[in-house]
Design a protein around this ligand. Structure first.
Ligand code: FBP
Length: 252
């Protein structure tokens, strides 16, 4: 089977910079310089990230055909939702085709599945098609798998995170982006459950620096291939300095 993730891995490890928050959370997340997509792209290149995560419009206007396209591979996030509607039973609509993602220069597509939501069946159906199309075009299929909805009592318990990991494997995701399950031991089980599907940690809201780095150390030691982080990096003035620390942990 083709290694669709090859463009994104360095020594079999990954370090992705996520920047789809203007859509998901609104501009309130885009503090200071991070409002400017070019600042983020420069940070991604200078910081040695192995992939950048963008929505379609930002890719079109700031990535495709620019120097950045030659400098860093793109994961195009092809669905998105705002945080304005009730979050009780989330569904995130597709806003870009896999074919167009490829035209924009993406080497992977990303899609969020809210495991446990009333709409999970629709998301499984969407991702099923996306995964097949991505592979037929030579792109990797990456799933953000976030347990959410009334049926989910604890979104980051080890049991539900393990379930998310298995769903990623069974749906054929090349890589999944999931939240921290609370400890290195439980993450080890989660990653084992994902089998040959690779796992990266989803960063979460900005936290205390040492706590964040400690979490990364644990997930890497548990077998994750890397991280896909946003706010914990670019919401800091010292974004490049924390990037260096993350890079050392991942690629050491
Ligand atoms: P962060 O590192 O900032 O948490 O980014 C990861 C991410 O998955 C983004 O790609 C996405 O915009 C956001 O978190 C979604 O967060 P949530 O749905 O948990 O509020």
């Amino acid at each position: 089977m083709k290694d669709y993730l090859r463009p994104f891995l360095k020594n079999r490890k990954a370090m992705f910079l996520a920047y789809d928050h203007g859509f998901e959370h609104g501009p309130k997340d885009l503090i200071g310089k991070s409002l400017d997509p070019e600042y983020i792209l420069d940070l991604a290149v200078k910081g040695g990230y192995t992939g950048i995560i963008l929505q379609k419009g930002i890719a079109e206007k700031y990535y495709t055909g620019t120097k950045y396209q030659r400098q860093i591979p793109l994961i195009l996030k092809i669905n998105g939702k705002t945080n304005l509607r009730s979050q009780e039973e989330p569904y995130s609509a597709i806003n870009c085709s896999v074919e167009y993602a490829k035209e924009l220069g993406a080497q992977a597509v990303g899609y969020t599945i809210y495991l446990g939501s009333e709409w999970e069946a629709k998301m499984f159906e969407d991702f099923g098609k996306i995964q097949e199309e991505a592979h037929s075009l030579g792109l990797a299929a990456i799933a953000w798998i976030y347990p959410r909805g009334k049926a989910v009592l604890n979104e980051t318990s080890s049991g539900i995170t393990q379930y998310a990991a298995r769903i990623g494997l069974e749906l054929g995701a090349d890589l999944i982006k999931i939240k921290y399950s609370g400890s290195e031991e439980t993450m080890r089980e989660v990653i084992k459950t994902a089998g040959k599907t690779k796992v990266v940690l989803s960063g979460g809201p900005k936290t205390e620096k040492e706590e964040f780095l400690e979490e990364i150390k644990k997930v890497i030691s548990a077998g994750a291939v890397g991280v896909a982080v946003g706010r914990n990096v670019w919401q800091r003035d010292e974004a490049l300095a924390i990037t260096k620390k993350i890079r050392q942990i991942i690629f050491q």
